[in-house]
Write a protein that binds this ligand. Structure first.
Ligand SMILES: [Zn+2]
Length: 260
């Protein structure tokens, strides 16, 4: 049984993002394949851990206070504004009160959203960590195993609608091991597999700058025993993930950026 096409769909399956036909084919496969069921269980519990442990960015207290003050002042002003005598007073007054209440609801809903919305980059980080963990669990980190970038790049380009930059980092201590396809950020993506001593480094690559900040400077996260370095350039979005320590993973990212 070939599990790799199904494995790629497990993430969107878990997110309820597949069309009914594809979801049904995943369900049928899962009924007959306990290896994929195990992967799905692991992904689902990893996801729960990330959901409960991922940092939420809270607005600084001064901002929250300023919003509350503005909100309070605006509704008071709206209520205090005298209704013109020449117009039907009751209707006008009720209208203004209604508008103030509506504004209060809108502002407080926005404030709640600002205070609790998770960083959108976290959704991507979660998918990348899932993909890395999934390939480690199934023991299939590569679909094309080669240290030759002239073999890895065409293999990936033939299966994707873009051509990921594959560089040789052997002299820097990060030999290329191969590549595979995965599914992240709602699209098929390239995963370049590098090594450093006994550690595997997955470099997720896809076109377009997904970063909210749009910064070229790499950002480093540590979650669930994995280190993640994320950066973008003019053409591509990059996520490097490994159980390698963060300093070595950042060195990998810098070497890749220089060699590209
Ligand atoms: Zn399977």
């Amino acid at each position: 049984m070939d599990c790799s096409p199904i494995e790629r769909l497990l993430d969107p399956y878990l997110d309820d993002e597949l069309d009914p036909a594809r979801a049904a084919s995943v369900r049928t496969h899962l009924e007959g394949c306990c290896a994929c069921r195990r992967v799905l269980d692991a992904m689902s519990s990893l996801r729960t851990t990330i959901r409960t442990e991922a940092p939420y960015h809270r607005a600084p207290p001064e901002l929250a206070m300023r919003m509350r003050e503005t909100l309070g002042r605006e509704s008071q002003e709206a209520v205090r504004t005298p209704a013109p005598r020449t117009h039907p007073p009751r209707w006008n007054r009720w209208f203004q009160l209604g508008a103030a209440v509506l504004a209060a609801v809108v502002v407080s809903t926005t404030a709640t959203w600002l205070l609790t919305a998770p960083d959108p980059e976290w959704a991507i980080a979660e998918q990348v960590i899932n993909g890395h963990a999934r390939s480690a669990l199934t023991g299939r980190p590569m679909e094309v195993a080669s240290s030759d970038r002239h073999a890895v790049k065409p293999w990936l380009s033939a299966r994707l609608d873009f051509s990921p930059p594959v560089v040789d980092l052997t002299t820097a201590g990060f030999p290329l091991r191969g590549g595979r396809l995965d599914y992240a950020a709602g699209r098929p993506v390239a995963v370049l597999v590098y090594a450093h001593r006994q550690h595997v480094i997955d470099l997720y690559v896809w076109p377009g700058a997904q970063s909210r900040s749009g910064l070229d400077r790499p950002r480093t996260f540590t979650r669930n025993g994995f280190n993640v370095v994320h950066w973008t350039d003019a053409d591509m979005t990059y996520w490097a993930i490994s159980d390698l320590n963060s300093a070595d993973l950042e060195a990998f990212a810098n070497n890749y950026k220089t060699a590209k």
